[in-house]
Design a protein around this ligand. Structure first.
Ligand SMILES: *Cc1c(COP(=O)(O)O)cnc(C)c1O
Length: 495
């Protein structure tokens, strides 16, 4: 079966998977979607016996149908190797009655590694398949984790460059240090005087500037995206939900076919959309609980059917979820109106013009699998503390949002199904907030003193990714306003 990709806004259709991965974003500003959602063609019983890499292949082969078996298995083998600190790649931990799916065992200790360790391989394979000779320039806007994970993936990959924009003051100190110390001659980092949405909007604007595209092409460059709008990120993320279910089954935690609910700490809606696609492919998943922090635009959307980004942008202790324009929601919108590209384009036009849109009752009914909730800073800290005190399990502030919302969900609905919680970052990436949550206060001391204290009281060793930035040299000092992003790119590339 051959799957092709089309823009959610109708401007492009009939692309192969490799073409969609190379482009990242469609020229009309839409996101690429497969023309159908394939069904898993092996049983959960069979999947239960497989390794992470084997399951990733079973999932990805169904979407990336123009990649050969050899190409895809090669990409998977190079991505999911010793860069991860455990052979399972993703770890299931049971704590306080819930299952935490730890997605942070890769090289930058955030779940972004799950997709960004394979994207460079998918992209260079796609470039070869399509006879691309230009150098591929990856532009990424980051709320903290994507930038580092993308650079770690693309650093020194021949034929590629990567430029990352992050909001100055909008990421944790550890996140910032991880980025500005990045090695690799093909990497560049720019701090934006603005928030994440400014950075993301700026990147999207550069992508849709045809004049700029020509200017770059004249110098042998072409742009692509490593943000979660790229299908090359979405598809690998589906694999770990299938894997989690298969492992719960193998470990005797669930019966075959038993529905499991999933809570995902959500920002750009990529991770939870992957869980939804895993469900649509045949994984027995019940409700999808969308957990937001105080930037609760998605909670409001699921409770009212109105998406309204006109509100203050709040900086929280879960910065990777500080987002008001949740890009991947467009893919759910598209599915919910029967893949009506005109309808989707109209709603997105309303969003950029009026800052809001409302979906129809039919579209809302289509989304009934989703349940939205949000946690404020206090609820977040209190669940991190409660779980640590009850069983010694340490979680980061993003996972804390999910844990708090999963409890709300159970309270409000009485749904007693087993709960899988996506755990998206190592607690050491947000040591200050985590230590403060556990102790109820934070004594002074620099970032690394806090890291050491967290390690001491939890008995969890400091991850290598944090150790290595203790003494690393700052290599990137560029800053600019959101309006100057395009010129900054030109300057970096020497165009
Ligand atoms: C990116 C990120 C999220 C949000 O994921 P989306 O796919 O953007 O919804 C949550 N937690 C952490 C730690 C992240 O890095």
């Amino acid at each position: 079966m051959n799957i092709t990709y089309q823009s959610t806004r109708g401007g492009e259709r009939g692309l192969t998977a490799s073409q969609a991965i190379l482009k990242g974003l469609a020229v009309d500003g839409g996101l690429f979607m497969p023309d159908q959602i394939p069904q898993l063609d092996v049983s959960m019983g069979q999947l239960a016996k497989m390794s992470y890499q084997e399951i990733a292949y079973e999932v990805m082969k169904l979407f990336l149908t123009d990649f050969t078996e050899e190409e895809l298995k090669g990409c998977i083998a190079r991505a999911y190797d010793e860069k991860f600190d455990c052979p399972e790649i993703a770890v299931l931990s049971k704590a306080d009655g819930d299952y935490y799916l730890e997605l942070y065992h890769g090289s930058t200790i955030a779940f972004k590694d799950m997709a960004l360790s394979i994207l460079p391989h998918l992209m260079t394979t796609a470039a070869k398949k399509n006879g691309v000779s230009n150098e591929i320039v990856i532009l990424a806007a980051t709320s903290g984790d994507t930038g580092k994970a993308a650079m770690a993936g693309f650093a020194d990959v021949p034929g590629t460059r990567i430029i990352v924009f992050y909001p100055k003051g909008g990421v944790s100190r550890i996140q910032e240090l991880q980025m500005v110390t990045q090695k690799g001659d093909n990497t560049a980092v720019v701090a934006i005087h603005g928030n994440f949405d400014d950075a993301q909007t700026g990147v999207k604007k550069i992508f849709s500037d045809r004049e700029f595209e020509k200017r770059l092409a004249a110098k042998g460059f072409q742009l692509s995206s490593a943000n979660s709008i790229n299908v090359g990120r979405l598809v690998p993320q589906i694999a770990y939900y299938v894997y989690a279910y298969a492992k719960l089954l193998e470990n005797g935690e669930i019966a075959d076919g038993e529905l499991v609910n999933v809570t995902v700490p959500t920002g750009n809606f990529g991770n939870i959309l992957a869980a939804y696609l895993a469900k649509r492919m045949g994984t027995p998943i019940g409700r999808l609980i969308c957990a937001s922090n105080e930037n609760k635009v998605l909670y409001d959307f699921f409770s009212t059917g109105v998406y309204d980004r006109e509100r203050p942008f709040i900086l929280t202790s879960s910065p990777s979820m500080d987002i008001l324009i949740s890009s991947n929601l467009e893919r759910l919108i598209y599915l919910s109106c029967g893949c009506d590209a005109e309808k989707t384009a109209g709603l997105m036009e309303e969003l950029s013009r009026d800052g809001r849109y409302a979906v129809t009752e039919d579209m809302r009914a289509f989304m009934a699998d989703f349940w939205g909730g949000y946690a404020d800073e206090k609820e977040n800290a209190s669940v991190i503390q409660a779980v640590f005190r009850s069983c010694g399990y340490l979680m980061d502030t993003h996972t804390g949002v999910a844990a708090a919302v999963s409890r709300q969900y159970k309270r409000e609905t009485g749904d007693e199904r087993k709960m899988l919680i996506a755990s998206t970052a190592s607690p050491f990436k947000f040591s200050g907030s985590v230590l403060e949550a556990i102790q109820g206060r934070l004594d002074g001391g620099d970032e690394f003193a806090v890291v050491d204290e967290l390690s001491r009281i939890s008995g969890v060793p400091v991850p290598a990714a944090v150790e290595e930035i203790r003494t690393a040299l700052v290599r990137h000092t560029r800053e600019c306003s959101p309006e100057q992003m395009e010129e900054e790119v030109a300057d970096i590339l020497g165009c």
